[in-house]
Write a protein of this length. Structure first.
Length: 123
């Protein structure tokens, strides 16, 4: 990428010049422990390294109680979940990602159950 474009995108807040992160999460590896993480620039323009598996309500509570912010996606870009998001759209109902902490896994969302195949229409 051309240096002038990097400067322009950095100035517009779309790209972090030092980390080359954007608002859209990308797979990376944690520099300390080497596990896969999602890396992005959050809505405040700070680098964020997220656990790649969404958390459930208990996982979000544990993350917040240990000082780890949680994030959700809006059109592919991450934003920090605040008390309005947490109350209105609990982590069990919306993909929610917690900040990565080395060696500190969180309760994650169970995989969505597949609808049982029946002969009865769902009504
Ligand atoms: Zn780590």
């Amino acid at each position: 990428m051309q240096p002038w474009l990097v400067d322009k995108l950095d100035g517009d807040g779309v790209l972090d010049k030092n980390t080359r992160l954007t608002h859209k999460p990308r797979p990376r590896r944690c520099l300390q422990c080497g596990v896969p993480v999602l890396a992005a620039m959050d809505d405040l323009g700070q680098p964020a390294y997220l656990e790649p598996v969404p958390v459930n309500n208990a996982g979000e509570l544990k993350a917040l109680m240990t000082g780890r912010p949680t994030y959700a996606l809006d059109h592919g870009a991450i934003y920090t979940r605040n008390h309005w998001h947490i109350r209105g759209r609990p982590a069990d109902t919306e993909p929610t990602y917690a900040e990565h902490a080395c060696g500190a896994p969180l309760p994650s969302r169970p995989p969505r159950p597949r609808p049982a195949a029946t002969d009865h229409p769902p009504f």
